[in-house]
Design a protein around this ligand. Structure first.
Ligand code: BTN
Length: 232
């Protein structure tokens, strides 16, 4: 049973969820924060996250584990499994973007606190246009399928699927989890550019790093910024 805390308006569901975790207030297992409107959504690497009321799904899951390495990739696996029936041509862009048509459909921001982990998920549902700075690299379920979606239907599917995935693997990136992840990962077999270097992604290591074969050997890249040839 999932406990959804609904907020009509908040700065960021992740910020709210972290404050709740740190307040020490007893929380039901499987708690999700969902906001209809998010005024200061946060993305990875200090970026902001664009939310448009009615078009975006903004949610944060509260997990009772201190941040384990598996959570980031397992969340992507959970979101992928929740959305693949609606939109079969999605892929995961390592570590945890969900993409289609080489554009971003969903972003995930994992943040640890001393009492647990917050996993923020932003999904573009019903956008038909985006602000000009992201229009070339963002897509929505509506643009991909032609259908409109209510946040409630997608929220439930995604929350159940992500909690399932994290519980199934006890939040650890096991060999089986990596075996599930790799065929869904858009980076594998593609040309990768990072830190002025380039190579081809060949796998995922046991700590979730991207394994890249270069002309000088093999390197592992942990959660930094990588560019994949042909993807935003
Ligand atoms: C990314 O940069 O790709 C991560 C984006 C994460 C956005 C979501 S929206 C819900 C939650 N609250 C936030 O402030 N950020 C995450």
């Amino acid at each position: 049973m999932i406990n959804v805390i609904y907020l009509p308006k908040v700065n960021s569901t992740n910020t709210y969820a972290k404050a709740l975790l740190n307040s020490g207030e007893p929380l039901c297992p499987y708690t999700v924060i969902y906001a209809k409107e998010q005024t200061a959504g946060r993305g990875r690497r200090g970026r902001s996250w664009h939310c448009h009321e009615g078009d975006s799904l903004c949610m944060s899951l509260i997990l009772p584990y201190t941040c384990k390495s598996g959570i980031t990739l397992l969340t992507a696996l959970g979101v992928y499994k929740a959305l693949r029936d609606i939109c079969p041509n999605i892929k995961i862009k390592w570590p945890n973007d969900i993409i289609a048509d080489n554009k971003k459909l969903c972003g995930i921001l994992t943040e640890g606190t001393k009492s647990g982990t917050v996993v923020g998920i932003g999904i573009n549902l019903n956008h038909t246009t985006f602000p000009t700075d992201i229009a070339h690299k963002a897509t929505s379920l509506r643009l991909l399928t032609g259908d409109s979606f209510t946040p409630a239907e997608i929220l439930n599917k995604v929350a159940v699927s992500v909690f399932d995935e994290i519980e199934k693997y006890n939040a650890e990136l096991t060999d089986n989890a990596i075996d599930e992840y790799i065929p869904l990962c858009a980076n594998i077999g593609r040309e990768i550019l990072w830190n002025g270097k380039n190579g081809v992604a060949t796998g995922i290591s046991e700590n979730g790093s991207l394994i890249i074969k270069t002309e000088h050997g093999t390197e592992q890249v942990s959660f930094g910024e990588v560019f994949v040839s042909g993807i935003y």
